[in-house]
Design a protein around this ligand. Sequence first.
Ligand code: ADP
Ligand code: MG
Length: 534
Amino acid sequence: MNCELSGNRMQDLKHKKIARLPESVINQIAAGEVVENPASIIKELIDNSLDAGAKKISLSIRGGGHFAIELEDDGCGMSPEDAALSLERHATSKIRTAEDLFSLSTMGFRGEALAAISSVSVFELKTSDGHIGTWIKCRGGAVEETLPCARNQGTTIFVRSLFFNVPARKKFQKSASSSVAQVTKIVELMSLSRPDVSFSYFSDGEKVLDLPSQSRKDRVESVVGPLEHFAEEPSLWGLFSCPSQAKSHRRGQMVFVNGRPVFSPLISKAVQMGYSTRLKENTYPPFVLFMELDPSSIDVNVHPQKKEIRFSNESECFQNVERFTAGVFISRPSLNFTSSPVFEPPPVFLFKEPEVTYVPQMEQKSFSLEIEEKPLAILGKYCLMEKEGWILVDLVRARSRVMADVLKDEKKQTQALLLPLEIEIDDSTIVNDLEAMGVECRWIGKKKIAVDALPSVLEPSDFPHFIAHWKEGKAIDRASALMCQQANRRYSLEEAIHLWRCLQNCQDSLYDPLGKKIWEKVALKDLESWMSRG
Ligand code: ADP
Ligand code: MG
């Protein structure tokens, strides 16, 4: 039976001769790569408008773009000859030779988009170069009519009945509402790449976006919402969320290379590394990162929709982004306080209260003896200070930050213990790591060590908890934070002042090692809005 079938098939094939495919079919096949759905069409159309130097782009869609897409720009427009050519495959004004691919400054370069889009829709192009207006009407790739028309300089493209002639593809299209979501995402991305261009976008007559020409920071704020941490270098510009705002998905992570939105697992990973232990496991901080790179050091021609790019020097790129992101958190300590100190700290700290035994030791030479904030009160683990409003400090988090930094610092003071601490351990390599941390210990059994001295920052009663957390991943940061959380202790005002001082010497004085905020400013207006709720 099978043999018979394959025999018939052979016969069928024998009758078929090789034939060149008509241009319209070639375009439809190519359309499969470039034109996946309304969102990918809109991306290509916006690319074209930006390449044409548009300053104002207006988009309107119906039925998620399946029924109609209308995109208008005020770019350079096209002459009648160029307008006719623009619909032909591999017709482009943007490159002339293959080498040009390596010095691209435009979004488009393949000369395929308009040919592909017009081959799978009912398509109209109205354009004017400022002298002559041209109106071309197309259906399934075939030009039906070319007319002169009146239009200001710029271009309008209408795409209707998408995939009317490719039923197989039409069947696989998403619902109108998920298509709207995809389009919105693309328009937002494109609008971020060019804050100087104004964008408006309507879906089924309702306004979704209306963005004036604005600064990059304002554009990010309008589209993404506020992102707290900002950093800028000659070739890198970024806004990053607080570690505590990290999400369980990567949708809020946006990377632009030379203005082109790209998907880059490499860059996402580098940013993630820059946040370091501030992030909880499997969480991803939202960020917007712009990179300016030499066009010859990237290859944009690796994905049909130009979504991915290849970096010629991946490791250099990775390290640069990681360092840049890490720097965002390191340069934090400035509290921006300007007026003169109002609080006179006691000349010597004597921790008289019996419950206060913890005195973190930092390098004496590096901390100033005065703090500008006036300590007001302690409530539980919180300390309230005054300085142009209030500062609320979480002492547990402050302590874990100070502890982690001291333990990682090479120079630290140790304190001999009156009674050695005995601790069971099952991994003999741990001893070397403990010694590097400033813990003096010796073997007293096969799986037991005696600890004779500890870094002063660690209290003997806390040490077993520290070791328990530390053994899991040998991460000082995490162990310090978990241990401080676990230690349900009281703090005195003096201790709070001391911690606050030590904190000023930490590289990252705003976040604890788990990425939680250590202190927060409370302004009068915050209190007023809080009270007005009552
Ligand atoms: P590509 O952008 O890769 O060159 P397209 O098919 O997208 O290919 O566009 C073909 C050509 O049509 C472009 O190179 C450009 O010269 C012209 N063109 C397309 N859209 C516009 C527009 N909105 N304004 C001015 N010219 C346009
Ligand atoms: Mg294009």
